[in-house]
Design a protein around this ligand. Structure first.
Ligand code: TEU
Ligand code: CA
Length: 549
């Protein structure tokens, strides 16, 4: 196993719109991030992943880019970006930016040109097809509702968009498109950024036959979209032409990909990407917007799969991001045991094998927001999928009930810095979206003051992890895959051995374990003394214990 900085460090994702507003217009901005860097340093963060900061009409909050070499005006200027980058490097931290090149905005100059006429030089930058009788070229669906094809009345052809109709998909078959992308990458790399998170990267290669999806494929169209024939070829080309010339990290958002394809994409011998996000864990029990119950045995299987791949792959570990609900609400108990279960989840992701990726607000146990009506959501996905949800037999009330567990907007409420207006997100009483009213008690200022807070627990675990080679590089072994409440696993290889015991339930229980003789307790989320002997251990609800030998 080769050592790399991006295996040893901790990543923190910032959703800039919701992080910190420095000028009082109610929208988070780049200067706001610069002002909070000392906070991230205090927490022990090394790598910041910034969600898109590029010029955009914001149909999908920046995941629809109009100009890749300009900063979104609400977020600031290129000078603000340069300041942010140098302030990050001055603190010995790194910056990873979001590369969204499966699609652009429909307001991007390439698309304006492309749709202007059949013979325009940019026509082939996007995917245009003739209609099929009176209907779209095939039955592909968009993730944000309806057909994935939109008709352009002017030229009487349809263009493809896997996401909203304001996000037309680029045609990667066209070598000019690929070279434009490499050029954009070099522009930011030459400024000194330290890597890319690549949005829905498996979708870039399209099946050129554009056959209809079968009814079973229509249930998970992402599986077809992510299995285009030239994906690995394109990534290898990108690696040779760009990535291999810089010491940077590349992280593919691997939505829809098969396990084999993901392993290939991140196999260091293949020279494609370094890391990938897969959705098995974070989406456990989910089907579209419906959140069903999940069980611990299945969750353990997923961690086991992630960790026990090959010596040439390296996993990522995360329970939160801007496309998913809050982890303490999904995996913990955000009412009766919020603090304790949030700490348990901290221990879980900071002691697993793989690079941990935290999301803003996770470190203080921010929770899902309680939405009272469908109109309260901002995310275009919510209204976009409403008719499909109703057609499937749900009432509006059922849809709302499920969105209260599954919506992306839970993670997009603004960061809770203190108990002042808008939770300290903005100094004016303005907010582009919502602050969760629980900011009165759940906020960074409170957590900083309290040595037993969730924040200080994250801080302690991060520094502990960084100081231990075996927690980073050690093998992973699930010690009791069948237990329904306790997650217990071992990490070891070289000098030290760690046993982590997590009671992921609301009940107290006695756990029989005959192997702790030489271990001692190093970190726990318990307030009272832990009662254990070599043969058994008494666990309270949501206990998280880390033992070391
Ligand atoms: O996400 C793609 C993705 O995996 C999901 O957000 C998916 O679109 C949705 O949950 C399906 O129900 C990336 C970005 O992270 C997301 O914010 C963007 O909206 C999307 O791509 C399009 O760029
Ligand atoms: Ca602002």
């Amino acid at each position: 196993m080769t050592r790399n900085w991006w295996k040893e460090q901790v990543i923190y994702q910032i959703y800039p719109r919701s992080f910190y507003d420095s000028n009082g217009d109610g929208i988070g901005d780049l200067n706001g991030i610069t002002l909070k860097l000392d906070y991230l340093k205090f927490l022990g963060i090394d790598i910041i992943w910034l969600s898109p900061h590029f010029d955009s009409p914001n149909d999908d909050n920046g995941y629809d880019i109009r100009n890749y070499k300009m900063v979104m005006k609400e977020f600031g200027t290129m000078e603000d970006f340069d300041n942010l980058l140098s302030a990050i490097h001055k603190r010995n931290m790194k910056l990873v930016i979001d590369l969204v090149v499966n699609h652009t905005s429909d307001e991007h100059d390439w698309f304006l040109q492309s749709k202007s006429s059949l013979s325009n030089n940019f026509r082939d930058y996007y995917i245009w097809k003739k209609e099929n009788g009176n209907i779209p070229p095939n039955n592909y669906t968009s993730f944000f509702g309806g057909s994935a094809w939109e008709k352009d009345e002017n030229t009487n052809e349809y263009y493809l968009h896997y996401f909203s109709k304001k996000q037309p998909d680029l045609n990667w078959e066209n070598v000019d498109v690929r070279n434009e992308v490499y050029n954009i990458m070099k522009f930011w790399l030459d400024k000194g950024i330290d890597g890319f998170r690549m949005d829905v990267i498996p979708f870039i290669s399209k099946h050129q036959d554009f056959n209809d999806l079968s009814s079973s494929e229509l249930k998970n169209p992402e599986k077809i979209y992510a299995s285009g024939p030239r994906l690995h070829e394109f990534l290898k080309e990108m690696n040779i032409k760009v990535l291999s010339n810089y010491d940077v990290v590349s992280i593919g958002e691997a939505f829809g990909i098969t396990h084999n394809s993901m392993l290939k994409m991140t196999d260091e011998r293949e020279k494609e990407l370094n890391l990938a996000f897969i959705f098995d864990i974070i989406r456990i029990g989910r089907k579209n917007w419906i959140q069903n119950n999940w069980n611990l045995q299945d969750l353990k299987k997923m961690f086991d799969f992630q960790s026990n791949t090959t010596d040439f792959n390296w996993p990522t570990v995360f329970l939160n991001n801007h496309d998913n609900p809050r982890s303490v609400s999904k995996f913990g108990n955000d009412i009766k045991y919020r603090i304790k279960s949030a700490k348990l989840l901290a221990m879980l992701i900071l002691t697993q094998k793989g690079t941990p990726i935290l999301y803003q607000g996770e470190e203080i146990g921010m929770t899902n927001h309680k939405f009272d009506s469908i109109n309260q959501f901002d995310d275009l996905e919510v209204l976009g999928n409403l008719s499909k949800a109703l057609k499937s037999g749900l009432s509006r009330k059922d849809y709302l009930y499920n969105l209260n567990m599954s919506s992306r907007d839970h993670s997009r409420t603004t960061m809770q810095w203190n108990d002042k207006i808008q939770g300290g997100f903005s100094f004016e009483n303005k907010n582009w979206f919502l602050a969760n009213p629980n900011f009165k008690t759940i906020n960074v200022e409170n957590d900083k003051k309290n040595p037993n807070s969730i924040l200080n627990f994250y801080k302690k675990l991060i520094s502990f992890r960084k100081a231990s080679k075996d927690l980073v590089y050690g093998d992973y072994q699930d010690l009791d895959p069948k237990h329904k409440k306790v997650f217990i696993y071992k990490r070891d290889k070289l000098n030290n051995s760690y046993v982590i015991i997590l009671n992921m339930s609301d009940s107290a229980l006695t756990y029989n374990f005959n192997n702790l003789t030489e271990y001692s307790l190093k970190i726990s989320n318990r307030e009272s003394k832990v009662n254990y002997c070599p043969k058994k251990i008494k666990l309270l609800p949501w206990d998280a214990l880390l033992f070391k030998k």
